[in-house]
Design a protein around this ligand. Structure first.
Ligand SMILES: [Zn+2]
Length: 378
């Protein structure tokens, strides 16, 4: 049983690091705390967890590019969404639910599609129509009206058809690591070009404020999250793996990346992850630190931990399992990385199960480690 569980974890971790799409996620309760809903009915109905799935392309090219999901796979995954009782909603409905202005359906779920490839309209949209499902398309402006991208007229039509458009920057840069050319005019100008300008362009095309941003490559840090808030976005989506609840910071919303050959079992598993709460952690979400870092110390949330199997904790860094020591008295876990973390961006993922072996909990977050400054260096 333990072995099987671990095998599944490793598989999930592998899925998480598919191609350059850096990592998965985590939450914490930094920054903008989500106000507790005051309406009692709404509080009672607040969903235990909200999964957000993330697709890119549709078609039969998965062998060459795992970001292509076939129409058959998409249909099968919609069958799972339906049989698990989820109702797809838009980011506008997510915001209204979080704000407490409109109640959630019983089991909300979001379907998002990144980049803005025209294959959405040709291949996926008829399947969405068949199921009556909505989605949010995160598009980057530079790609729109290009040969393989949707046209801005199609974006307008998609909104008329009940879909929603969100921003995915202007040129799809790494917001956490601009190239020297991108950084040349300073970070304020970089954020202005990649966060504010696409907001304004989409607003011009669509005629309304834009609610959501998906960070290109899922790469985010505390600075880009702040810049996105200042640009006017209200919900920011990562690809940090896991699901969301009322405590998930709105600039760190988690998503589940779906690629070619994601098994039915895996898909069902991922959309049923529960958010794992940590009381504290020594590496904070979106933080930049100087390496080397050898371990992370986690303090477990005392209330949630009562439900959890103390033998079930698994901590992964960049998809690789850490050696971890659980201190029951202190409610602490010290996870030591397989190799000292000297530089680079990676996801830290923490997973646990409940004692009844019914539910699984996950927290994932990105940390950016800079190389150590050489001693007596320049
Ligand atoms: Zn993208």
């Amino acid at each position: 049983m333990q072995k099987k569980w671990l095998a599944l974890m490793m598989l999930i971790a592998a899925l998480a690091v598919v191609r350059g799409a850096v990592a998965q996620t985590g939450n914490s309760s930094t920054a903008e705390a989500v106000p507790a809903a005051s309406a009692t009915t709404l509080t009672a109905a607040f969903p235990e967890f909200i999964p957000v799935v993330c697709y890119h392309r549709f078609g039969h090219y998965g062998a060459k590019d795992p970001y292509f999901v076939t129409p058959e796979e998409l249909k099968q995954q919609f069958e799972i969404i339906k049989s698990e009782g989820f109702t797809p909603i838009t980011t506008a409905a997510l915001k209204a639910g979080l704000d407490g202005t409109k109640p959630f359906p019983e089991k909300p779920l979001l379907i998002t599609i990144d980049d803005g490839y025209a294959d959405f309209v040709n291949i996926a949209q008829p399947i969405f129509k068949e199921y009556g499902y909505t989605a949010t398309l995160f598009v980057y402006i530079h790609f729109i009206d290009s040969k393989m991208g949707l046209s801005h007229g199609q974006l307008q039509q998609l909104e008329k058809d009940g879909f929603e458009i969100g921003s995915h920057s202007w040129t799809h840069p790494k917001l956490t690591k601009p190239t020297p050319a991108e950084a040349a005019k300073g970070m304020a100008a970089f954020y202005q070009a990649e966060l504010n300008a696409p907001y304004q362009k989409l607003k011009e095309w669509l005629g309304h404020d834009i609610i959501a941003l998906a960070y290109p490559y899922g790469l985010w840090d505390t600075d880009s999250a702040k810049a996105a808030q200042e640009a006017g976005y209200q919900l920011m989506f990562t690809v940090d793996q896991g699901t969301n609840n009322a405590a998930t910071p709105r600039e760190q919303l988690k998503r589940i990346m779906i690629v070619h050959k994601t098994s039915d079992k895996m898909f069902r598993y991922l959309i049923n992850d529960r958010p794992l709460k940590l009381a504290s952690r020594t590496l904070e979400p979106g933080q930049h630190i100087t390496g080397p870092v050898e371990s992370v110390t986690l303090t477990i949330d005392p209330e949630q931990s009562r439900e959890l199997d103390p033998k079930s904790w698994v901590i992964l860094k960049g998809g690789i399992k850490c050696k971890s020591a659980y201190d029951a008295a202190q409610q602490k876990i010290i996870a030591t990385f397989a190799q000292p973390w000297t530089h680079g961006t990676d996801a830290v993922m923490v997973v646990a199960r409940d004692k009844a072996q019914q539910k699984h909990y996950k927290e994932t977050w990105l940390v950016h480690v800079a190389p150590p400054v050489p001693e007596g260096g320049k």
